[in-house]
Design a protein around this ligand. Sequence first.
Ligand SMILES: [Fe+2]
Ligand SMILES: [Fe+2]
Ligand SMILES: [Fe+2]
Length: 281
Amino acid sequence: MDKDKIIEVLNKDLQDEHGAIIQYLTNAYAMGEGEMACEIEGMARDEMRHLDWLAETIVKLGGVPSLVRGTMRVGGESVADWMRNDVLLEEGAITQYRENIDAIDDPKITRLLRRILSDEEAHRGQFEHFVEKAQEERLSDLRGTRSDDTTETLNWGIEHEYTVILQYMLQKYLTPNIEAKKELEDQAINEMQHMGWLAEKAVGIGGSPILEHTEVDRSTRTADMLRADIRTEREVADTYDRAAAESTDPGVKRLLLRLRDHENYHAEVFGDLLADEEQSD
Ligand SMILES: [Fe+2]
Ligand SMILES: [Fe+2]
Ligand SMILES: [Fe+2]
């Protein structure tokens, strides 16, 4: 298989990891706080690691990681149905990785794919167990239909956080600046926490989180990336600040103020990186 074909195959795997992450997080958030939700979030984190390894491999081969979200199996009435969907998603991944391992002859890449495959096999077993457990424990969808300014703010936040997670990850893959790479990864992980807090809060107050993103900045020069990031962070800090001032729910207000403080911190960190980057130009 030639290099371009390998990049294409790995990007398809990466897209499906992205789909799996969002599918599992959607399930976990909708189940509220509990042991099973925590374990599902843990599996979503495994998929994030897979996505990261695949993306780094693609960049090493001279490709650009795809931001397209791959296959998702949503729907189903009960948590047990969702767990069945998750089993099916893992089965699809297992088949796909086995085919890729057979088709690719680069030993470093197949070693990585076998490593990922072993996780997917473990996940399949765990989800099979969760189908039964969800039935026994009669777990149900905790999402509500509340729709007002508060749920709108939380969903606006989720959309923003999802977008910057993708943006900072992509930038981390593309920048040659080691310091920027480290900070972008760090802040992306922090934005993942933000997305989780907002989604859990949305469910906690009777709403329903919407996991969609908007357009991601596609700058290719590090200084341009950082300028776009600083602009975004300042805007979002202002929006959280305003929404917090208007909020009458003390829990929501506290969350928004905490997010605002983090976003201001992100803007400052990116500002320092930009100053260094401009000096080295
Ligand atoms: Fe995976
Ligand atoms: Fe954030
Ligand atoms: Fe931020």
